[in-house]
Ligand binder design. Structure first.
Ligand code: URA
Length: 192
């Protein structure tokens, strides 16, 4: 079967690879532009996302929308997804086996999108994608490069809900992300 966005969706809808597929209400697919330069990866859908089948529609989503707007970005120009496509009951951290069962879907999304920048939202995503010993408090806003893709991490929007004073710090990280996106698209103009 060819790898297409609709095939990935179909596989996620009918997935039975881990027990969360039996307890969730709706699976939550990635959303946004399939041409996006920037891919945001968070950990797992919350309760509202589980009800609606859309990422970041709850309180964390409101914070994320405000951050994007303050940095001149819109949801339509980026792509947002999660490591887990199904809600873990009680919003607990994803288990190792759940992350591994779901990881192929994230790989397919990344393969099709070919983002220039990947932004991990929070510790769980940063430790799975960037490095298992990633310390979000000390290392947020730092950059690494992998296969022509720039990777960074910042706090998950829920961390701002717990401590609103973090907003400015996260906004600073997002402004750097926009700068990096502009720099990459500017330099690509000269080699294409
Ligand atoms: N938190 C996440 O990590 N992902 C969502 O989609 C919503 C809240």
């Amino acid at each position: 079967m060819p790898l297409t966005w609709s095939n990935i969706e179909q596989h996620i809808r009918t997935c039975t690879q881990c027990p969360l597929t039996h307890t969730r209400n709706l699976p939550v697919m990635g959303r946004g532009s399939h041409e996006a330069d920037i891919m945001l990866i968070a950990e797992a859908p919350g309760t509202q996302e589980d009800r609606q089948g859309i990422p970041f529609v709850g309180r964390s989503g409101e914070i994320l929308n405000r951050l994007l707007c303050d940095c001149g970005l819109s949801r339509e120009e980026i792509y947002i997804t999660n490591i887990l496509k199904c809600h873990p009951p009680g919003n607990r951290d994803p288990k190792e086996e759940e992350k591994e069962a779901c990881f192929p879907y994230l790989k397919y999304e990344t393969f099709l999108l070919k983002p220039k920048i990947i932004v991990c939202l929070g510790r769980v995503a940063a430790q799975r994608i960037i490095s298992p010993d990633f310390k979000i408090t000390r290392q947020h806003g730092t950059w690494t490069c992998r296969k022509d893709c720039a990777l960074t991490a910042t706090y998950h929007p829920s961390a701002i809900l717990r401590d609103p004073s973090r907003y400015e710090e996260v906004k600073k990280d997002f402004l750097e992300i926009v700068k990096k996106r502009d720099l990459i698209s500017h330099s690509l103009r000269y080699v294409n």
